[in-house]
Design a protein around this ligand. Structure first.
Ligand code: ZN
Length: 148
């Protein structure tokens, strides 16, 4: 009940900002060269939910060059990633019910798209990161996610 009130209050406060049409989504691309096309994502505080639309612009299969997008606190990224690798492809390289994961998409292959919705109320001061948890990818496929 308290949580609901806080969310409602935040929405009321955010309303004038939202009227300026904050962009509550971003398009992110991953390719066969193991790269995202963005290294930073900004989330407007006025958004209730923020959606990351992920497109795999390559041709390789999801079990070879699969990509997902995972959001966590930057300090949790390494642990989320190593547990995710152990969880394997059937779990989209995310440990089931990992409380450190704020949001994650499924793993997609070349030509596919997916999206993930982040409840902005779950984000605090950060810092947060987004990354791909496919084995070996997070070293290159990562960036910062900042609430503004
Ligand atoms: Zn990847």
């Amino acid at each position: 009940m308290i949580r609901k009130l806080i969310v409602t209050a935040a929405l009321v406060l955010a309303a004038p900002v939202a009227a300026h049409a904050a962009d509550c989504s971003v398009d992110l691309e991953g390719n066969d060269a193991m790269k995202f096309n963005k290294s930073a994502i900004e989330v407007p505080k006025s958004c209730k939910d923020f959606t990351i639309n992920l497109k795999h612009t390559g041709k390789m299969a999801r079990n070879v060059m699969g990509h997902n997008v995972v959001v966590s606190a930057t300090s949790d990224m390494s642990g989320v990633n190593s547990d995710g690798v152990k969880a394997g492809l059937p779990n989209d390289y995310i440990k089931p019910d990992d409380a450190r994961v704020i949001a994650h998409s499924k793993v997609i292959g070349g030509g596919e798209t997916t999206s993930v919705k982040i409840p902005v109320a779950k984000l605090g001061a950060g810092p947060y990161s987004f990354f791909c948890s496919f084995p070996g990818h997070a070293a290159l496929m990562k960036g910062t996610l900042t609430v503004k």
